[in-house]
Design a protein around this ligand. Structure first.
Ligand SMILES: *[C@@H]1O[C@H](CO)[C@@H](O)[C@H](O)[C@H]1NC(C)=O
Ligand SMILES: *[C@@H]1O[C@H](CO)[C@@H](O)[C@H](O)[C@H]1NC(C)=O
Ligand SMILES: *[C@@H]1O[C@H](CO)[C@@H](O)[C@H](O)[C@H]1NC(C)=O
Ligand SMILES: *[C@@H]1O[C@H](CO)[C@@H](O)[C@H](O)[C@H]1NC(C)=O
Length: 354
């Protein structure tokens, strides 16, 4: 090959990589810094030191918190400790995190919980769905909550070829749910390439024992998923596209696109105010700081409230923001009784008045 051709090819390859790098940095909002927004009476929850990745609050004020996620490329403050599910009673003035006991027979050593969702059945049985990554694979674990002795009884482990890289679930019944796959690949190198190249191969899957199917696709990285209080709409956060999708749910469980709300931050989990329908999100203002953890340059936290998402002009409010000096890497925000509980990917949990 002529030297000129080699130089030209190397030049083209370098330009493509540089172009992808710029796009990748934009998807991570890599240069964003946040201005603080504070709330009154914020305190850190005792007992939670290594993440509070996802939070689900029951109507009676009991909050489930998944903790101890270990995920390729993400920081962990307790890399050798199995994950845990905590319970917090938000009716108390100073709620304390209590670890839920998990029934025998379940492999606790490899427990690596990610997104969670509760389902309260007609007979008041509380089911807890937990995305699990034992040995970095993806399963969804179904538990029954036994309030009397603060325990979870393991009912079954759900695995499926369409549940490859599960991030979050939203329960639709005692044995069915929608799940987001945040990547197409589950191998770390391929997953990174998928993100770096900006492939939109992430999707949403409906699961029931009878039927499993893809119901939405084309996401950079589908993350948090939740449902409107009237059960008509499903909301999906695309963390790398900085937006929230609204999709209509049909009787056959298929979803159709209704609208998309563009934001300027990496939207992680979505939580819904059951009374107003407002969407509360834990966000990462700057994904670069989250993925490349540096104690000298901490990942920030940001909480947004989205009101009237179905209207022509939804109202987006930055309710809380911190540069990481108090709370690092907020991934979820839920409200109960005029208070806000903010969880993080691998750091602590903060409880504030609104
Ligand atoms: C963050 O992302 C949004 C779009 O998703 C963009 O409008 C904004 O300029 C970005 N901010 C920074 C500082 O990169
Ligand atoms: C909560 O946030 C984590 C952090 O990235 C995310 O991976 C997880 O899927 C989220 N869970 C829910 C229920 O949205
Ligand atoms: C599901 O229902 C929707 C709306 O009624 C319809 O448009 C769609 O074709 C149905 N899909 C399947 C696979 O039956
Ligand atoms: C972070 O914010 C706190 C208070 O809002 C401020 O005191 C501190 O200097 C900030 N740190 C950095 C690194 O900007």
């Amino acid at each position: 090959m002529g030297k000129l051709l080699v130089v030209a090819l190397v030049g083209i390859a370098a330009a493509l990589v540089a172009e992808r790098l710029v796009a990748f940095r934009n998807r991570l909002n890599a240069s964003r810094e946040v201005a603080p927004v504070s709330l009154p009476n914020c305190r850190l929850i005792k007992g939670i030191e290594a993440g509070s990745e996802d939070i689900d609050i029951l109507p009676n004020g009991l909050a489930f918190i998944s903790s101890g996620l270990k995920y390729p490329g993400l920081k962990s403050f307790a890399p050798d400790k199995p994950g845990e599910i905590f319970l917090l009673d938000l009716n108390e003035d100073n709620p304390r995190a209590v670890e839920l006991r998990i029934s025998r027979g379940f492999d606790l050593a490899s427990f690596n919980p990610h997104g969670i969702s509760t389902y309260v059945d007609k007979d008041d049985t509380v089911y807890l769905f937990v995305v699990n990554h034992p040995h970095l694979k993806s399963t969804v674990e179904l538990f029954k909550f036994v309030e009397d002795d603060n325990s979870l009884v393991h009912l079954k482990t759900i695995r499926h070829d369409l549940l490859t890289s599960v991030n979050d679930v939203v329960a639709m019944g005692p044995d069915c749910f929608y799940a987001t796959n945040d990547h197409y690949f589950s191998d770390f190198i391929l997953m990174f390439l998928e993100m770096f190249l900006g492939l939109t191969w992430s999707n949403v899957v409906y699961y029931s024992p009878k039927e499993v199917k893809e119901v939405a696709s084309g996401f950079y990285s589908a993350n948090g998923i939740n449902i409107s209080p009237d059960k008509k709409y499903i909301y999906v956060a695309d963390i790398l596209d900085h937006n929230v999708y609204v999709m209509e749910k049909h009787a056959n469980w298929s979803l159709t696109h209704v609208k998309m709300l563009q934001l300027d931050t990496l939207v992680d989990n979505l939580s819904i105010d059951p009374h107003t329908g407002d969407i509360w999100t834990g966000c990462h203002p700057n994904g670069m700081k989250l993925f490349y953890y540096d104690p000298e340059n901490l990942p920030a936290s940001e909480v947004l409230r989205i009101q009237n998402i179905l209207s022509e002009e939804p109202v987006v409010t930055r309710v809380y923001s911190d540069n990481g000096s108090v709370l690092q890497g907020s991934s979820v925000a839920s409200i109960y009784g005029g208070k806000l509980l903010i969880g993080t990917v691998f750091h602590r949990a903060l409880y504030c008045d609104l």
